[in-house]
Each structure stands twice: as structure tokens, then as C-alpha cells.
Design a protein around this ligand. Structure first.
Ligand code: HSE
Length: 317
């Protein structure tokens, strides 16, 4: 009797890098409150041929380069080489549900889903920590530098703080809504990083350290007022804001609508606004849909933190 072939499907949520106060060190996984998924999926099936990849989904047509260079295939090749396995017998499908170059952790979502899927397919030879390190390295090939503020939340869920020995979850604020708006244009993370100075003035470095320390302290004490008072970006936003069409006007309007914090999600152009209740979140979302979204590729979602991160489903074909 022939054995059923295995199939693994993995969902990895969108994420916001930096969360204003923690450049390269803080990231948050997103879950829309309407229950619709906001993240890429990768399916892995046994096949009789060479390693292959098919790309489907609403943003698949915008994937750069040819499919052989796709990051999902590169992840699978890297994993197989690292495990001493031949590059064959796997058929992968990427459901590209996140816009590329959006600041929503699109490449991280693909990388997290791909590596979690192949690892699960082979019964998890890599530990979660080994897998996370590999995810950071592979994502760095796309974004131009290794930083974990998208892969860690997409993999582990919640609000993740990068520490020297790995990522640690911070307790978030359950009442907060995170309204994210992607205008529909692409900005490359590498180019947005090139706008930043290579060194910070001492006063900026001190303010950054003080704000991040206060935010972490506020999370642990669940001191909402203190957390909001320091949810500010002194490292990247001053250099990037003018390069994101409509960002400064939208930030001013959202603050006038009463949103207690507004910032750039990752390296943009997606922005996020914190809202204290559903009514405020809906008002922010309406404004952003009308005034920040530029075309049909854009999106606005009212989110909470995704507490789960990656989700692995196994099945038989
Ligand atoms: N933290 C990085 C940056 C990547 O702001 O450049 C964010 O997605």
C-alpha cells in the first residue's frame, strides 16, 4: 500500500518593524480585527521532480526577478543544503498576499513561512532558535542588512524585542488598535536605509535609549500613558518622512483625530496609527482610505497584535 504524501501549509503574519521607538530592535505581528488573514502562505508538497516554486496570490505579479531567484526558493535551497539533502522532491507554492516593498514585513513573511514550512515538512530538524537565526540571515539578503524586527514577530507573534541572545516578547496593550495603511507604492528597504546617517549625535542616541527603556518599562508595568509618551522615532523618521508621499500630512491629521501615536511601519511607505478604541480606529481607517491610499494596490486594516505568529498546518495529499 502506498503511503500518503505529506503536505505542509504555513501562514506567517505581516509585521511592523521598529514600532517607532525601537529602530531595528522592536517589531509587532499584525492580525486584522475582521479576522481576514494579512500574511503570506507557503505550501510544501512532496513531488517526483526537481525543487520547484509556483507563485500565486494578489501580489504575485509584482514579485521581482524570475522565479529561480525568489526568496522562497532560496530559503528552501539553503535549508536543503544545510541539511545535506538533494534539491529535489519538493513542490512549493507561495501565496503572495502582502505587497512588496511596503513596510509590512512582506519579505520576512515569505521567509518565515518558507523556512517554517520546509522545517516542518522534514519533522523539524532545526530548533526554533536555529530557525530564527536562519530567517534573519535569509531576510537580510532581500532587505540589504540583517535585522530581526520583522522575522521575529512574524515567527513568534506579539511584540518582540531583540536582545543580544535572541528575541523576547513584551506584554503589549490589549486595548490598543493598530491601524495600518499601505498607499500602494513600493519603497525598497535598502534605499530607505541609505537615507539614514551612519552615526547619530550623542543627544539623539541618549534620547533613543531613554525612550526605548521607558517603553519597555511601561509595557511591563502596563503604564499606557508612559508608553504613548515615548512612542516616537528619533532615529529613522526624521530622515525618511519626507520621502514617503503624503506621510507628514497624514500624521498631522491622524493626531488631530486624536490618535495618540503615529509612525512609519518598518521603512515605509505603510504608516501605523495607534487608536484607543474602535470608533477612533474606524475614523482613522476612513481618513487613510480616502487620503493616504493612492491606488487599488493600497490597503488599510484595523489590527490588534497577532499573538500567535507562524501557523503550521499539516495534511495528507
Ligand atoms: N528596521 C528596518 C528599517 C526594517 O527600518 O530599515 C524594517 O522593516
Amino acid at each position: 500500500m502506498s503511503q500518503a504524501k505529506q503536505r505542509v501549509s504555513v501562514y506567517a503574519p505581516a509585521s511592523m518593524g521598529n514600532v517607532s521607538v525601537g529602530f531595528d530592535l522592536l517589531g509587532a505581528a499584525l492580525a486584522p480585527v475582521d479576522g481576514e488573514p494579512l500574511g503570506d502562505r507557503v505550501h510544501v508538497e512532496a513531488s517526483d521532480g526537481p525543487l520547484s516554486l509556483e507563485c500565486v496570490g494578489p501580489y504575485a505579479d509584482l514579485l521581482p526577478g524570475n522565479v529561480a531567484d525568489n526568496i522562497v526558493l532560496r530559503c528552501a535551497r539553503h535549508f536543503l543544503q544545510q541539511q545535506g539533502k538533494p534539491e529535489q522532491g519538493l513542490a512549493l507554492t507561495l501565496e503572495k498576499n502582502l505587497p512588496i516593498g511596503s513596510g509590512l514585513g512582506s519579505s520576512a513573511s515569505s521567509v518565515v513561512a518558507a523556512l517554517a514550512a520546509v522545517n516542518a515538512f522534514f519533522d523539524s530538524p532545526l530548533s526554533p532558535q536555529e530557525l530564527l537565526v536562519m530567517m534573519g540571515e535569509l531576510e537580510g539578503q532581500i532587505s540589504g542588512s540583517v535585522h530581526y524586527d520583522n522575522v521575529a514577530p512574524s515567527y513568534l507573534g506579539g511584540l518582540q524585542l531583540m536582545q543580544q541572545d535572541g528575541a523576547r516578547a513584551l506584554p503589549g496593550f490589549n486595548a490598543w488598535y493598530w491601524v495600518v495603511a499601505y498607499p500602494g507604492i513600493t519603497l525598497s528597504t535598502a534605499k530607505m536605509r541609505a537615507l539614514l546617517p551612519t552615526e547619530l549625535p550623542l543627544a539623539t542616541a541618549l534620547r533613543f535609549g531613554q525612550q526605548l527603556a521607558s517603553f519597555v518599562d511601561a509595557c511591563h508595568r502596563q503604564d499606557e500613558a508612559q508608553a504613548l509618551a515615548v512612542l516616537k522615532d528619533v532615529v529613522a523618521e526624521p530622515y525618511r518622512a519626507a520621502h514617503i508621499p503624503g506621510y507628514q500630512a497624514a500624521r498631522d491629521k491622524l493626531q488631530a483625530l486624536g490618535c495618540p501615536a503615529v509612525g512609519i511601519s518598518g521603512s515605509g511607505p505603510t504608516l501605523f496609527a495607534v487608536a484607543g478604541d474602535k470608533t477612533q480606529a474606524e475614523a482613522a481607517a476612513r481618513y487613510l482610505q480616502q487620503h493616504y491610499v493612492l491606488n487599488a494596490r493600497g490597503l488599510v486594516r484595523i489590527c490588534k497584535l497577532d499573538p500567535v505568529g507562524v501557523q503550521v498546518e499539516r495534511g495528507a495529499m
